[in-house]
Design a protein around this ligand. Structure first.
Ligand SMILES: Cc1cc2nc3c(=O)[nH]c(=O)nc-3n(C[C@H](O)[C@H](O)[C@H](O)COP(=O)(O)O)c2cc1C
Length: 319
């Protein structure tokens, strides 16, 4: 079987540099940053620039942009692709610029961004064309099934993007109005795969929680790669499990000790990046994903919520 890339999905608030690096180390072939506002990039907002930083080792990282104005998107993409902005920090150049056409969050869609774009395939095409003109690296797109069940138009949007130069389409098999439930529809991913030229990779996304889910996704959709989001948040070993399933070999899950050690490594890296106060505060929600289901996890969570220093977190996450 061809080598199917396993990709960490972009997740705002989670796929920061420390987490991407961790997933890459544990088997993700590629990573995607948190979504970066094109408008804020063009306004030279430094906090936004920090979202796009690429650390040593995160060597197959795509930067995701959101916005709706083709001119602004093109300008922001050029700045990001070249690292031509104050605060740029790339140990590796970005491998691609991805355009967010899937985010369902109200604040984003009311601004006309994210999945709101899918209501206007022609505009989707114009945005891709502007970004393709602005950069020399591949431009990829991430879409949903459509706006709602009356408007499932992933095929049309994907086609408009590809006609304008998109090099890859990732499809999350839910509509905007479904947000995150019920389950993702692999049928939509299959239709997009069938509709596009075979040399344009289609990446399947939605509800991958195990190696078996990966095999089913490939079987049911014919997709050329797999993107994994929520499962990775507390189980970055999912990439190794998925690779093992694709190779038809068994996978030994990590011990609790390894899980806790890895959570602590992540928290430490976040604190290094963001400072102790902000890092520890942010780490509460991050470490909680790792300890879910463990004996004593409720007590650990309570402790994490009270922790103010890295050493307090360390005491809680000790095996
Ligand atoms: C907390 C969170 C943040 C997300 N942020 C983004 C984002 O910034 N850009 C994007 O394209 N998708 C975003 N998504 C959607 C994921 O990339 C993915 O499409 C979705 O979670 C379905 O995949 P999964 O079932 O493997 O989680 C986000 C999802 C979650 C849960």
């Amino acid at each position: 079987m061809e080598h199917l890339p396993l990709i960490l999905a972009p997740m705002a608030g989670f796929t920061d540099a420390p987490f991407r690096l961790l997933c890459r180390r544990l088997g993700a072939d590629r990573t995607v940053t948190e979504m970066v506002s094109a408008q804020a990039m063009v306004y030279k907002d430094r906090k936004t620039a920090a979202l796009a930083k690429i650390p040593e080792g995160d060597d197959h990282c795509t930067i995701q942009l959101f916005g709706h104005d083709p001119v602004v998107m093109g300008e922001a993409a050029a700045m990001l692709a070249l690292g031509d902005y104050v605060g740029a920090s790339y140990a590796h150049p970005p491998m691609a610029i991805d355009i967010n056409m899937g985010c369902p969050v109200r604040k984003i869609v009311t601004a006309g961004d994210g999945s709101a774009l899918m209501q206007n395939p022609a505009l989707c095409g114009q945005i891709v064309a502007a970004v393709v003109r602005a950069v020399r690296i591949p431009v990829t797109v991430k879409i949903r099934a459509g706006w709602d069940k009356e408007h499932i138009n992933a095929e049309a949007v994907a086609a408009a993007c590809v006609e304008n130069g998109a090099a890859q389409i990732a499809v999350h098999g839910r509509t905007r109005s479904q947000m995150y439930a019920p389950s993702s529809d692999n049928g939509v991913i299959r239709s997009v795969r069938h509709a596009l030229p075979t040399d344009v990779p289609v990446i399947g996304n939605g509800d991958i929680r195990s190696g078996a889910d990966v095999l089913a996704m490939v079987e049911e959709t014919g997709c050329n790669g797999i993107m994994i989001g929520r499962e990775a948040l507390g189980n970055p070993w999912i990439f190794a499990a998925a690779r093992a399933a694709l190779a038809g070999i068994s996978f030994a899950p990590p011990t609790e000790e390894e899980v806790l050690r890895t959570a602590m490594e992540l928290v430490t890296a976040i604190v290094q990046d963001k400072g102790e106060e902000a890092g520890v505060r942010e780490s509460r929600g991050r470490a909680a994903h790792f300890i879910r289901g463990m004996r004593g996890s409720a007590r650990m969570r309570e402790g994490l919520n009270r922790a103010l220093t890295l050493s307090q977190v360390q005491e809680i996450l000790q095996f």
